[in-house]
Structure formats: C-alpha cells, structure tokens
Write a protein that binds this ligand. Structure first.
Ligand SMILES: C[S@@+](CC[C@H](N)C(=O)[O-])C[C@H]1O[C@@H](n2cnc3c(N)ncnc32)[C@H](O)[C@@H]1O
Length: 248
C-alpha cells in the first residue's frame, strides 16, 4: 500500500492535514532535542520528510522503512540522507547504536507496535530519548465528534480527488479510529521498558507527541524492553499512574 501512495505522499498529507503537518513536525524535532554529530534513528521514515530537519541540522540521521517504494522516492529527493530498508519489529542495527530514536505517523502502521517499541529500546543508547508522533484522540467531546466526521466522510472524499490510491485513505481513517488513546500508548511505552514517559496533545489531541527515555542504570541492557514486556501482567491502569500528563 505504501509503495502505491509514495509518489504523491507528501503533497496529499499537506492537503489532508490542512497544512498542520509542518507544525507537528517542528514540535517533534524540538522534543528530540538532539545536536549536530549525534546519531538518530527515524523509524518508518517513508520518503524521509520526517528525517530532513535532522539532516539539515548536521545530525547523522538514519531513515529506516520497509517500503522500497517510499525509500526510492526519498532517496531521489534527498540523496544525502542515509535510507536503510528494515522492519520495525526486527531492526537491522546493533544494540545501543543511536543517541535518540523517533517514529512519526508510523507506529500505528506497524503490525506489532509493541515489538517495535522494544526494538527501538534495544537500539537506543542507555539514557537516550524516544519521541513518537502519532494520531490520537481529541480530548474535547465536540471537537472529537467533528474530527470523526471529517475522518470518516470528508477525508475519503478529498482523497478520491488528490490521491492515486483513495482506498489507502479509507484505511488511514479506520486505523486512526482503532488506535489506542494517549494514556494507553504511554502505558505501552512503560511496558516496553521506557521511563520518564510524558505526552503533549497537538491540535486538541488529533496528534499526540510522546516522549520517553531509555533507563541508564543497571539492567538497562538490550533485553530490558523484552523482559518488561514479558513480565507485565498487571492492568494498564496500574502502569498509567507514573505517566506525566499533557505538557504545554
Ligand atoms: C504514514 S508513513 C510515515 C512516514 C514518515 N515518518 C512521515 O512522517 O511522513 C508510515 C510508514 O510506516 C512504514 N511502515 C509500516 N510498517 C513498517 C514496519 N514494520 N517496518 C518499517 N516501516 C514500516 C510504511 O512503509 C510507511 O512508509
């Protein structure tokens, strides 16, 4: 599916988000807080639009995705970026490789998102940061109703006019509705072994930016995420108590 939408992916995104994606992306880069010379993993990077600000700032960014179609469009546009084909659930990188990892509008598309969170923990250095941007749940009920109408009716209709694969945008709308809300995703991060989990709502909760840190004490090794996942049997609510709610 992503191979099919690759050629017009960025233009269609701008139209469907009414220009909001640029602001959301800027906030993600600020949350990453990385410096020139550091090594960053941009997972599910697609055509590399989410990787560009890092490359422009002299950061050694690796844009990883499993869609060869997306990677090809990206490489043509930005030959200077290091695009690597790889599956989020079995990353082709050694333990503790990156100073920080990020995934923008991609975790929802991964078949086994919890595995991807554990893999990102494995390849991030102890003390390193994770930033996730993903569609989420608007927090105000009226706004949520209006947005759901847009998702389920207007978005597929606009996609017919601007995209070569409108069915992909029906999938987009359905996958956003089925995706866990802000607190739930934060609990997944904790289950996977990430700590200092916080999130910030953007555009009233249409998008949430989650931030977390890989523990750097003893036991923070590459197996920590998998171990945390395997050992977690308690209710999600128990984990949620340690989450810092929306930052402004
Ligand atoms: C909506 S695009 C996001 C692209 C980019 N991060 C952005 O912000 O524009 C989602 C991407 O997730 C990728 N993806 C989905 N499942 C994946 C997996 N298991 N491993 C790697 N990439 C995956 C798709 O190929 C697609 O390029």
């Amino acid at each position: 599916m992503f191979d099919d939408v690759a050629p017009k992916y960025d233009v269609v995104n701008d139209v469907l988000s009414m220009g909001q994606t640029r602001r959301w992306r800027r906030i993600v880069v600020e949350a990453m807080d990385v410096k020139a010379g550091q090594r960053v993993l941009d997972l599910a990077a697609g055509t590399g639009t989410s990787s560009e600000p890092y490359a422009d700032a002299g950061i050694d960014v690796v844009a990883c995705d499993f869609s060869l179609g997306m990677l090809k469009v990206g490489k043509r546009r930005r030959p200077d970026i290091n695009f690597i084909a790889g599956d989020a659930t079995r990353l082709p990188f050694a333990d503790n490789t990156f100073d920080a990892s990020t995934i923008s509008f991609g975790l929802r598309n991964v078949n086994e998102p919890k595995k991807a969170l554990a893999e990102m923990l494995r390849v991030t250095k102890p003390g390193g940061r994770l930033v996730i941007a993903e569609f989420s749940q608007p927090v105000v009920p009226l706004w949520r109703t209006m947005y759901t109408e847009y998702l389920m009716r207007a978005l597929p209709a606009i996609a017919v006019k601007v995209s070569s694969n409108p069915d992909a945008y029906v999938y987009l709308a359905e996958s956003i509705r089925a995706w866990p809300d802000q607190d739930h995703l934060a609990a997944w991060l904790q289950e996977a072994g990430w700590e200092d989990v916080t999130y910030r709502n953007l555009s009233g909760g249409i998008v949430a930016v989650h931030r977390a840190r890989k523990p750097d004490g003893p036991g923070a090794g590459p197996a920590a995420g998998a171990k945390a996942l395997a050992s977690h049997t308690g209710p999600v609510a128990k984990l949620r108590r340690n989450i810092t709610r929306p930052q402004r």
